[in-house]
Design a binder for this molecule. Structure first.
Ligand code: TA6
Length: 290
């Protein structure tokens, strides 16, 4: 279903046969909602989110492209999340293993003349958002270099998971990895050997992680499973109390109910030759934890 929000921004609603749903905004190609068969919201959206373009909505899954962070010439996290995406009316068919019982939509972002002024690399970015019969959500990015010279980019699916209480959350799959700590000028550290828990601000890029990460929400007795392909790094971010107060579109106490764990390619930007296409895939599912 395609509708418009109160600001006239196009939104697409996907619904699975069992009642799960995903809502995507054409502003930013941003997933804003992912609900279980029983209508429970799995993603965090700030109560102070600004839904009026061109700012990115605080929450859901902003697409950070072609840059992550503010270490380049572009706006923080690049411009893709601040652009209007189009619906690709004739998407290439899903490979058989990707189509069983899935409903999906393909969104398209092409480099505009204005974009080319700030980032002189012609690209086509196809984002396929697919909702499977079991309610799992898959985001597949296909980025093609349609220019005559190579370019490099970083990308992150900036995923805001909804958690009941951040101090009761545990993340597994990042043990013993090296990470860049954004709180210490991106210095490189090594993670100790057990699961990640949270008692203060965390802003890290874990490097060369395994392709499955688990986020345990103790109170809700559920686990988010993050499976990724082509995305070697994992961003983990919680602003905690002090930083939250400095973020206008985030409630002061809301850090307790969110955690960003992002499939990403940051440390080693991806380089595409003319005509070459890169694919990066993120699959999110949620299972009850005993
Ligand atoms: O590591 C995640 C991060 O880069 C944090 O430093 C914080 O800035 C967060 O992204 C949110 O960025 P945004 O531009 O969406 O406010």
């Amino acid at each position: 279903e395609i509708a418009k929000d109160k600001n006239g921004v196009g939104q697409v609603l996907l619904r699975s046969l069992r009642g799960a749903s995903v809502r995507i905004s054409l502003h930013g190609g941003q997933v804003l909602s992912w609900k279980t068969d029983h209508g429970e919201e799995l993603l965090f959206i700030s109560s102070k989110a600004n839904f009026k373009p061109p700012a990115a909505v605080r929450g859901g899954i902003p697409i950070c492209f072609p840059q992550f962070g503010n270490r380049g010439s572009l706006e923080q996290h690049g411009f893709a999340r601040n652009r209007t995406w189009l619906i690709d009316e004739n998407p290439p068919p899903l490979p058989p293993n990707e189509s069983n019982g899935k409903t999906y939509i393909d969104l398209l972002l092409k480099s505009s003349d204005d974009d080319l002024k700030i980032w002189p690399h012609g690209f086509e970015f196809r984002l396929r958002v697919a909702l499977a019969f079991d309610g799992s959500l898959t985001l597949t990015s296909r980025i093609r270099n349609v220019n005559c010279k190579p370019f490099s980019f970083s990308i992150a699916y900036h995923t805001y998971f909804s958690v009941s209480d951040i101090s009761e959350v545990r993340v597994e799959g990042l043990e013993t990895l090296d990470y860049l700590d954004n709180l210490c000028n991106r210095e490189r550290f090594t993670e100790q050997g057990d699961a990640l828990t949270f008692e203060s601000e965390v802003d890290r890029v874990y490097l060369s992680s395994s392709d499955v990460i688990a986020v345990f929400d103790h109170e809700k007795k559920r686990t988010f499973l993050i499976k990724k392909e082509g995305l070697p790094d994992v961003v983990v971010w919680n602003p905690w109390e002090k930083k939250s107060k400095a973020i206008a579109d985030l409630g002061d106490e809301e850090y307790k109910h969110m955690l960003c764990v992002d499939g990403a390619a940051i440390e080693k930007p991806i380089t595409l030759k003319p005509g070459e296409e890169w694919t990066g895939k993120l699959e999110l599912s949620v299972t009850p934890t005993s």
